[in-house]
Design a protein around this ligand. Structure first.
Ligand code: ADP
Ligand code: ASP
Ligand code: MG
Length: 417
C-alpha cells in the first residue's frame, strides 16, 4: 500500500467519457489499496477559450480578474470527476486551490507555490479512504485572499507540489503520450520513448520548449526528490497489470540512470523573436542600458550574442525574447535609444530555437561542432548560438524547424530502430 498523486491533463478529461475513463484509472489504484490524490486540468481547449474571452473583454485586463476567469476550467473538471467517482461507489471530494489551501505568491497568471497544507487530505485518507480530487493550476494568495494561477501548463506543478506535501511515493502524470520522448513525437515520428530521464535533463528539455511538463514541476520534483512518472491516460485501465511496469518515463535523479547517452533529447521553440542593435557604442554600461529596462519591463531575454568590435568604437548586439513580448521589447528599446546609442534596430519574428540536451555533453568534446556541419549541409543558416555545460541552442529561420530537429535527431543516433 502506498500513496499516489495521479494528474490528468486536458485531453485526458476532454469530455464525460474521458472523465469516466480517468475514474476507472483512479479506481484501479484505490482497489490496489493506495491512498490517492488526483489533480485535474481543465477540459482540452477550455483554458484557451477562457484566455480568449478575457482578451475579448478587454485587451488590457486586470490580472487578478484574468485568474478568476481562467481558474474556473479546473473547477468544473474536479467537480465532474468527483461526481463520476461517487457514482462508481468511491468516496471522493473535490478541492479548489483555496480550500486546501495551496498558498502562492501574488504574481497573478504566473504565481509560485509557497506552501500547501496537506493535513486535511491526509486525515481523510486515514479516516474514510476518501480520494481527493484537486483542481490543478490554481491557488490563493494569503495576503489578498485572491485566486491565482500558476502559468500555462501549471497543473503539472500543482501535482508535484501536492505529492511533496502529502509525502506521496510517486507522482504519476497521465497525458496524451505514453512518456517523454527524445523529441516531440508529433514532429518526429521516429522519436524514441525514454525509460528514464534525469531531473536535470528534463529541466532543460522542458525549459527549452518540450511542453510535456511545466518547468516548475520538474524543479519541484528535483528539490523534493519526488519520482515523477509520465504515462498515457489512453491505456485501458483494465489492461494494466497491477504488478507489472506500465509504459512510461520515470524522471528521477541521475544516479538511478545506468545507461547514459551523450545526447538525451532535442527541444524546439517557435515562440522566439530576434532583435539586433547595429553599431552600438563599444563602451562600459551599454549592455546595462539595454537589458536594465527590459528586466524592469519583466521581459525575459534569452540568447545574447555580441560581436567583438572591429574598430574599437562600435559593435552589433543580438538577443532574443519570447515572441509574445516582442512588441513590448521593441518599444522598450526604442524609447531608450538616446541612452543606449545605436544606429539601427533590425528584428525578425519568424525564428525558432532548436536545442540539443544531454548531461553526457559535460565529458564529450565536439558535440556541437557536429551539429553545425550537419545543419550547413542542409543549407540551414544559424543566426545565433548559445552553449552551456549540458546543452546548446541554435537560432534559425522558423521554416526550417522540423528539418533541423529531424536532422539532429538522426545525427545523434536518437532515431528508433
Ligand atoms: P496535458 O494536456 O496532458 O498536460 P500537454 O499537451 O501539456 O498535455 O503535453 C503533452 C504534449 O507534449 C504531447 O502531446 C507532445 O506533443 C508534447 N511534447 C513535446 N515534447 C515532447 C517530448 N519530448 N516527449 C513527449 N511529449 C512531448
Ligand atoms: N489548464 C491549464 C492550461 O491549459 C493548466 C494545465 O493544463 O496544466 O494551461
Ligand atoms: Mg500540460
Amino acid at each position: 500500500m502506498g500513496r499516489l498523486v495521479m494528474k490528468f491533463g486536458g485531453t485526458s478529461v476532454a469530455n464525460i467519457d474521458r472523465i469516466r475513463n480517468v475514474a476507472r484509472h483512479v479506481k484501479r489504484e484505490v482497489d490496489a489499496g493506495h491512498d490517492v490524490a488526483v489533480v485535474v486540468s481543465a477540459m482540452a481547449g477550455k483554458t484557451n477559450e477562457l484566455v480568449e474571452w478575457c482578451r475579448d473583454a478587454s485587451p488590457l485586463h486586470d490580472a487578478r480578474e484574468y485568474d478568476a476567469v481562467v481558474a474556473s476550467g479546473e473547477q468544473v473538471t474536479s467537480g465532474l470527476l468527483a461526481i463520476v467517482l461517487q457514482g462508481m461507489g468511491i468516496q471522493a471530494r473535490s478541492w479548489q486551490g483555496w480550500q486546501i489551501p495551496i498558498l502562492t505568491s501574488d504574481a497573478h497568471a504566473s504565481a509560485r507555490i509557497l506552501g500547501i497544507d496537506g493535513t486535511e487530505i491526509s486525515a481523510r485518507f486515514k479516516d474514510r479512504k476518501e480520494v481527493a480530487v484537486i483542481s490543478g493550476f490554481q491557488g490563493i494568495n494569503p495576503q489578498t485572499s485572491r485566486i491565482t494561477t500558476l502559468g500555462r501548463g501549471g497543473s503539472d506543478t500543482s501535482a508535484v507540489a501536492i505529492a511533496a506535501a502529502i509525502r506521496a511515493d510517486r507522482c504519476d502524470i497521465y497525458t496524451d503520450v505514453d512518456g517523454v520522448y527524445t523529441t516531440d513525437p508529433r514532429v518526429v515520428p521516429k522519436a524514441r520513448r525514454l525509460d528514464k530521464i534525469a531531473f536535470e535533463d528534463m529541466l532543460e528539455l522542458a525549459s527549452l520548449g518540450a511542453k510535456v511538463l511545466q518547468v516548475r514541476s520538474v524543479e519541484l520534483g528535483m528539490v523534493h526528490n519526488m519520482p515523477v512518472f509520465v504515462r498515457s491516460s489512453f491505456d485501458k485501465p483494465e489492461d494494466i497489470d497491477p504488478h507489472g511496469t506500465p509504459p512510461g518515463t520515470l524522471i528521477c535523479s541521475e544516479e538511478e540512470i545506468m545507461e547514459s547517452h551523450v545526447v538525451t533529447g532535442i527541444a524546439f521553440s517557435k515562440d522566439e523573436a530576434q532583435i539586433s542593435l547595429r553599431q552600438i557604442e563599444d563602451k562600459p554600461g551599454v549592455a546595462a542600458a539595454i537589458f536594465g529596462p527590459l528586466a524592469d519591463a519583466n521581459i525575459n531575454v534569452d540568447m545574447i550574442v555580441q560581436n567583438v568590435s572591429e574598430d574599437g568604437k562600435t559593435t552589433d548586439l543580438t538577443f532574443t525574447v519570447p515572441a509574445s513580448d516582442y512588441n513590448r521589447a521593441r518599444d522598450t528599446i526604442t524609447s531608450s535609444k538616446a541612452k543606449i546609442g545605436y544606429a539601427r534596430l533590425d528584428s525578425a519574428t519568424d525564428v525558432s530555437k532548436v536545442s540539443v540536451i544531454g548531461s553526457g555533453m559535460r565529458s564529450h568534446a565536439g558535440v556541437a561542432a557536429k551539429a553545425f556541419k550537419a545543419l550547413s549541409e542542409r543549407n540551414i543558416n544559424i543566426r545565433a548560438i548559445t552553449t552551456s555545460e549540458i546543452k546548446f541552442s541554435v537560432l534559425i529561420d522558423a521554416a526550417y524547424t522540423e528539418l533541423a530537429v529531424r536532422t539532429l535527431h538522426t545525427l545523434y543516433g536518437l532515431d528508433q530502430a
